[in-house]
Design a protein around this ligand. Structure first.
Ligand code: HGY
Ligand code: MN
Ligand code: MN
Length: 411
């Protein structure tokens, strides 16, 4: 049986259509998890699943599954990703993995091909973790890594809970979570980094995901008059936040290797030009492919933050927002992706993922792997995120070939 060709234009059109939901005026997309826009994006995706005749299920944390039955009632081969975005998101992060999954299903239906195992396209809730932490929340609950009640009770910065938002957008499903039956999972994603483009490669065969550590720091000092308070009498929360941010960058440079450090969110109060900041709440995102180096970076950062807080006479407390050790994908599935990339004549190389993905959670319950297509300029979490149509189509074709190999294998 020759492998059918995906319909590239249909895939590109679906990416543009979904990208209209939550579209930002200057380009890009804002579909923060569980907002109205996310709800509309979900509705659009469910309607597409129904158009294809898939069995649609929504679980208790709002994950959506569209399943095409197989000739045998076996655990499904699953593909998918997420359709929630950061506030300044692009068309492809997450969306591409879901829509390429729907495209391969549509292609098989058009060709009258039914695989031995069922095929499921998954849309996982709140992968980004931008509004509700941790990231990969939906897939983490799905695999039993986070109690459902804890996830539902999680609130955003305004005190709004996951549960109330799922209810509001109509995706508080009833399918139980925690013990999924999945044969295997393959996630197709944009690289979101510069490696493939710089090396002029078409495919990244992903061997695993680096470790992630998200910490929220709350520093409390004393607000006072900017013009009358001598420098030696200040307890300036903004100063400590700035010192920690500078230290985080220096720490990653000192450690070298793959140590990354980011201060992405910072809120001062009262946040006024002539008032010494009473409070600073900020986040530090540390990542490393090496688990022990990541743990060392966390210790060094905390020790430094405590020392400068003490010197400034302010209080400091931390809250862990997300913490995941590095994950290695299933070698046999990684090998299969590589073999199929070779068969398709793709240029490729193996690499770790810098970004977190739902695949790192699915790896806890079934053989899992990922692969990437290039990101123009290595940009992502940026409204100018872009991947060339030829790369998008090639990735979807490779996904179809990998899925057929998994879904039709004898045992
Ligand atoms: O933060 C991440 O790596 C992912 O985009 N949630
Ligand atoms: Mn993503
Ligand atoms: Mn992302």
């Amino acid at each position: 049986m020759s492998t059918p060709q995906i319909n590239g234009q249909r895939l590109l059109d679906s990416l543009q259509a979904l990208g209209q939901i939550g579209a930002l005026p200057g380009g890009g997309v804002n579909r923060l998890a569980l907002t109205e826009a996310d709800g509309q994006g979900r509705d659009w995706t469910v309607a597409r699943m129904r158009e294809l005749g898939l069995r649609v299920e929504v679980d208790a944390i709002g994950n959506i599954f569209g399943t095409l039955s197989g000739t045998q009632d076996l655990p499904p081969v699953m593909v998918g990703s997420h359709i929630d975005t950061v506030r300044t998101g692009g068309l492809y992060d997450g969306n591409y993995g879901v829509l390429a999954g729907l495209e391969l299903v549509a292609t098989l239906i058009d060709a009258g091909i039914q695989t031995r195992r069922p095929l499921t396209v998954a849309v996982f809730t709140n992968e980004e973790g931008a509004r509700f932490q941790p990231d990969m929340m939906g897939s983490l609950v799905y695999v039993g890594g986070l109690p459902l009640a804890d996830a539902l009770a999680t609130c955003d910065a305004e005190g709004v809970s996951v549960q109330s938002e799922l209810q509001h957008i109509g995706y508080l499903g009833c399918v139980p979570v925690g013990a999924p039956q999945v044969d295997s999972y393959v996630e197709l994603h944009i690289e979101q980094g510069p490696v493939l483009e710089q090396m002029d490669l078409q495919i990244g065969v992903v061997e695993g995901v680096q470790g992630i550590s998200w910490t929220e720091f709350t520093v409390e000092g004393q607000s006072n008059h900017a013009g009358t308070t001598p420098m030696g009498m200040r307890h300036d929360a903004a100063l400590v936040a700035a010192q920690v941010a500078v230290f985080a960058r220096a720490l990653s440079q000192r450690m070298g290797g793959r140590q990354l450090a980011t201060v992405g969110a910072l809120r001062l109060s009262p946040n006024l030009v002539n008032v010494i900041a009473q409070k600073a709440v900020f986040t530090v995102d540390l990542r490393n492919t090496d688990a022990s180096a990541l743990a060392q970076a966390e210790r060094d950062l905390l020790a430094y933050a405590n020392s400068v807080a003490q010197a400034e006479g302010v209080s400091i407390r931390t809250r862990t927002l997300a913490r995941f050790d590095p994950v290695a994908f299933d070698p046999a599935v990684v090998d299969l992706v590589e073999q199929q990339a070779q068969a398709l004549g793709c240029s490729y190389q193996r690499l770790p993922s810098g970004a977190g993905h739902d695949a790192q959670m699915l790896a806890r319950v079934c053989p899992t792997a990922m692969f990437f297509v290039p990101s123009v300029g290595g940009l992502s979490h940026n409204v100018r995120e872009h991947t060339e149509p030829a790369d998008l189509q090639r990735g979807a074709q490779l996904l179809l070939q990998v899925v057929l190999a998994l879904a039709n294998r004898p045992s």
